[in-house]
Ligand binder design. Structure first.
Ligand SMILES: Nc1ncnc2c1ncn2[C@@H]1O[C@H](COP(=O)(O)OP(=O)(O)OP(=O)(O)O)[C@@H](O)[C@H]1O
Ligand SMILES: [Mg+2]
Length: 253
């Protein structure tokens, strides 16, 4: 069974006069890692907002693990595009939020889970710090730890590394692949960086048109674990260029 399915889903923003998502159907296999690429404003984040129940589709059905999503229930971990840690809360308080929402852990259990999650992302000792005391990469790891604490098998990450410098970004990519493999999650990851998409994805989902009616799935012929050296293989270089061409065709200058 697919972990996420869209069946003829349409969405229209109230201020717009057309459907930005137009009868979209898709199906995501458990354990896969897909990057979604597409030009700015094509509707990528809208797909995530609907999957997370923040926006209700105009028509069609969305199921996570076979269950139709409803506004109240959160079936996926969502890391939105904008900085998402509350600056006035400590890292520990930020990470407690998904646990409080689940209403099944005592304060002591929450503390244990938070400390384990911080250790897992290499942020031991940061529980009482505030977000502005951490570097960009550390903040992204804290935000990722908070997303993991939702306990969801499906993670939606919206351009999580786009604000990071190149070296931090490539080490975060390696770190994320390691997390994905260890925790056996399913990840959907929006990016504008074609190389990042190829390095991370089992297959890349390309938005070729707006309104979005379908996502074109392009498999990446590389086994995991991957190294950056794999990116220099001729078929991978060719794939990258093919993806850039697919996006450039849509940009009107
Ligand atoms: N609240 C809103 N009301 C009206 N239109 C909106 C709203 N939010 C987004 N849009 C429009 O819907 C379209 C898709 O937005 P969305 O945020 O999904 O794009 P995106 O593909 O994630 O873009 P980017 O790559 O720049 O993040 C855009 O044209 C945007 O202007
Ligand atoms: Mg977006």
């Amino acid at each position: 069974m697919s972990i996420l399915s869209f069946d003829n889903v349409s969405y229209q923003y109230p201020s717009e006069d057309f459907d930005i998502i137009d009868r979209l159907s898709l199906s995501v296999e458990p354990g896969s890692f897909h990057c979604i690429i597409g030009i700015s404003g094509c509707g990528k984040s809208t797909i995530f907002r609907m999957t997370n129940g923040l926006l209700q589709p105009k028509t069609g059905n969305i199921c996570v693990n076979g269950n139709p999503i409803t506004g109240q229930n959160h079936y996926c971990g969502y890391m939105p595009q904008k900085d998402m840690l509350f600056p006035w809360k400590t890292i520990g308080e930020n990470l407690a939020l998904p646990l409080e929402i689940q209403r099944k852990y005592s304060k002591a259990e929450q503390r244990e889970l938070i400390d384990a999650a911080l250790a897992d992302v290499g942020l031991d000792g940061c529980r009482d710090k505030r977000p502005d005391e951490l570097s960009g990469g550390m903040r992204q790891r804290a935000a990722f730890a908070r997303t993991m604490l939702t306990g969801s098998d499906l993670l939606l990450l919206d351009e999580p590394f786009s604000a990071l410098d190149f070296l931090t970004r490539i080490s975060m990519q390696e770190w994320l692949l390691d997390q994905w493999q260890r925790h056996k999650k399913t990840i959907l990851f929006i990016t504008h960086d074609v190389e990042e998409a190829v390095f991370l994805s089992s297959s890349v989902l390309v938005v070729e048109e707006t309104p979005i009616h379908s996502l074109r799935e392009i498999p990446v012929p590389m086994k995991y674990p991957r190294t950056r050296q794999d990116l220099t293989r001729p078929e991978i270089v060719e794939l990258r260029e093919q993806l850039v061409d697919m996006l450039r065709k849509q940009v009107v200058v």
